[in-house]
Design a binder for this molecule. Structure first.
Ligand code: PLP
Length: 460
């Protein structure tokens, strides 16, 4: 009996091709930070929090955000360059993350008056805010100008509106990557035009250029940074300060061990998924040079670090996801389960007390793959399990794949989805079905080394 095929190291198979093991997904265990290991090993803490909250919740460990910021800052120091980190706030709304940025000396990248005021409220000074986003509203311009924020201008029309405010502002001009279909940023000709226009606007101070690329490749980032360095040099000869290049975000996160990820990718079949669901693409959950290592890789190319040093140019980065790596997880309570069969083999369908709106990846034609952990740890029989939401939507599934859980989950158990702070938690949440939004619970170390918890101050 058993799910030996699924539990065994990938590739070992069950000896029955197309049989039992063929209906159970290979495990994708997440890397786990020490704080999370301690929480999972604690016999009471998680259960007590779940009891107090009485519904799904997000666990945040902001001390890890501070460490992640320091990782980027250390690369600046080691490369001998001046750098600044702006946290891409859209990745998580928690107040404790903004507070961690203030603590660690990072700024924040915001795109709305709501994000701007939330950042100010956690102690980020206006001068440490970068305001991005296309064709920003007049309200956002005004507030950003009043607080001396750095504004990444997305178009010539936006530049003109900003100039019409007639308040002194510091701006970056956002560049559209060559041969890109992005709707953001300005083409080479538009940038030329914008630079000469700024000379006519005494209220506008051109601080440099920015871009943000999709994908996770260091090479095009280094190339584009090099081009924008040339633009800074040219702008300086026309009398602009032009001291900053921002290379945006998109720093990868390493969620799972490479071998597990390779096994999953190589063997994945729709037979692993409830109702034969198929997904075409996934986030690259194993990422060999994540976060700060990716920044170091960018700086090594094109002699970028040397060029930044020699031209005394500041490098700005705007990581969102990478600053949240291993800084949070999401906890659901199992409400019940039923047994179904696929190719004659049983598997469990769980219903948990929340929805896939708290696991955003499920809304991007993909699946969040780091395996949830069943708590508490108890003896039992390995059981293939899919996870459904407490809603009346057939498609509202937190996990479509048959996850090899170590035992059959029962009502009252907790299911802990790991590493969800980056984009999974709150980008999509809504009070669907009039279910309450999961609160964020902030863990910190109390005197004596034990953990204590409080509710996050954000309203979301
Ligand atoms: C979303 C965004 C970021 C953050 O991206 P991550 O992939 O989370 O690092 C940074 N800058 C801009 C302009 C963005 O739109």
């Amino acid at each position: 009996m058993g799910l030996t095929g699924a539990d065994a190291p990938a590739g070992s198979g069950s000896g029955s091709p197309g049989g039992y093991a063929g209906t159970v997904a290979a495990p994708v265990p997440a890397h786990r930070d020490q704080w999370e290991q301690r929480v999972l090993a604690d016999p009471q803490l998680l259960g007590d929090i779940a009891f107090a909250i009485g519904g799904p919740f997000h666990l945040m460990y902001p001390a890890r955000v501070v460490d992640n910021i320091r990782g980027f800052q250390q690369v600046f120091t080691e490369s001998g360059i001046t750098g600044v980190v702006y946290y891409g706030k859209k990745a998580n709304k928690a107040a404790c993350v903004a507070r961690a940025c203030a603590t660690a000396g990072a700024g924040i990248d915001v795109s709305s008056t709501g994000e701007l005021t939330a950042a100010l409220g956690q102690g980020i000074r206006g001068a440490d805010l970068l305001v991005t986003g296309p064709e920003k509203s007049d309200d956002l311009h005004w507030l950003a100008a009043r607080h001396d924020c750095l504004i990444a201008v997305d178009s010539i029309g936006e530049l003109k509106r900003l100039a019409a405010l007639d308040i002194p502002v510091r701006v970056l001009l956002r560049a559209l990557p060559a041969a890109s279909a992005s709707r953001f940023g300005m083409s080479a000709e538009e940038l030329d035009h914008a630079v000469s226009e700024t000379a006519d606007y005494p209220s506008i101070s051109l601080q440099g250029f920015s871009f943000h690329l999709s994908g996770y490749d260091p090479v095009p980032r280094a190339e584009m940074a090099g081009q924008l360095l040339d633009r800074c040099r040219a702008a300086r000869t026309s009398g602009h300060p032009a001291t900053t290049v921002s290379i945006g975000g998109g720093f990868g996160v390493d969620y799972v061990p490479a071998a597990d990820w390779a096994a999953f990718r190589e063997q994945a079949t729709r037979r692993w998924f409830h109702s034969g669901k198929a997904f075409e693409s996934y986030y690259p959950y194993s990422f060999p040079e994540p976060g700060p290592a990716m920044l170091a890789a960018i700086l090594r190319r094109e002699d970028l670090a040397g060029r930044l040093r020699r031209t005394e140019t500041t490098l700005a980065v705007e990581p969102g996801r990478a600053l949240l790596d291993r800084a949070g997880s999401t906890v659901f309570r199992v409400q019940g389960g039923k047994t179904r069969h696929e190719h004659g083999q049983p598997y469990r369908i769980l219903t948990v007390d929340g929805t896939s709106l708290s696991l955003s990846e499920q809304w991007f034609d993909s699946e969040y793959l780091p395996d949830p952990v069943l708590w508490p740890d108890a003896p039992g029989t390995p059981t293939a399990t899919v996870v459904g939401a407490a809603t009346c939507l057939e498609s509202d599934m937190l996990s479509w794949r048959r996850i090899p859980l170590p035992r059959a989950a029962e009502a009252g158990d907790l299911l802990v989805y790991p590493n969800t702070a980056g984009y999974q938690m709150d980008s999509n949440e809504s009070p669907f079905h009039e279910l309450p939004l999961p609160p964020k619970v902030v863990l910190s170390e109390a005197p004596g080394g034990r953990y204590r918890w409080a509710l996050d101050q954000s309203r979301h």
